[in-house]
Design a protein around this ligand. Sequence first.
Ligand SMILES: [Zn+2]
Length: 262
Amino acid sequence: MSTEHHRTELPWRLAEMTTQEAATAVDRAPIVVIPAGAFEQHGPAMPLATDTIRAEHVAERVAQTLAGRVVIGPPLPVGVSPHHLAFAGTVTLTTITFAAVVREYVDSLYRHGWRKILVLTGHGGNNATLTTVAQDLLTTHPDLQFAWTPLTALASDVVADMAVSEVHGHSGEAETAQLLHLAPHLVHTDRLAAGTTSTTGLTPLARLSRTSGHPTLTVRYDHLTANGVLGDPRHATARDGQAIVDTAVARVAAFVTQWLDA
Ligand SMILES: [Zn+2]
């Protein structure tokens, strides 16, 4: 019996390529997809890496859909999460550090010939920094194309059709559903518990941060929820999670397909 293993096709993940494979990958796969996540509390039932896990799975499925025309770059496993630091286990970068890490990933990939880079972030706390990085790259790397997107927001129409609480989001119905679909072994379903589900129980300060039509007020999550959850994840189902993930993958893949030829 042979114990040898031979790869029959080129890997999609840059991490699994040899340097020789990476040198030629840029021609057949001119887009690098970078999964970005966070290292932060996700309530009593889900792991700290929840956002990174979701981003990596979506990146993997996009790469499968595009059949070798994109590569998956190095993930960003720690993001901008200062609002979760009151909860144990959370690790954060400041916005300046996160921006520098993204820029230095981009600089390295640029050196190897890539000119189209897409960041998929599973963590909304990274959005503001990615916006600023994208603006700065217009001047520092004029021949680079940089795109980014949050994941769940890509399928907001799917989430709107779910039975979600008035207040929902972090570790709530939609996010828990995604993890039940992608990594059910990492969800402690017996520990799923409702968090903040409406604005009525919030302090006036917290309520101001959750309403619109006025200046944006940023507060820490320990002002919003006692257990780290917004919504009621007990209503999450793997079927809803699959609908969200499938929609996000389809929309990213459709964009990338057009971008390859743009
Ligand atoms: Zn999350």
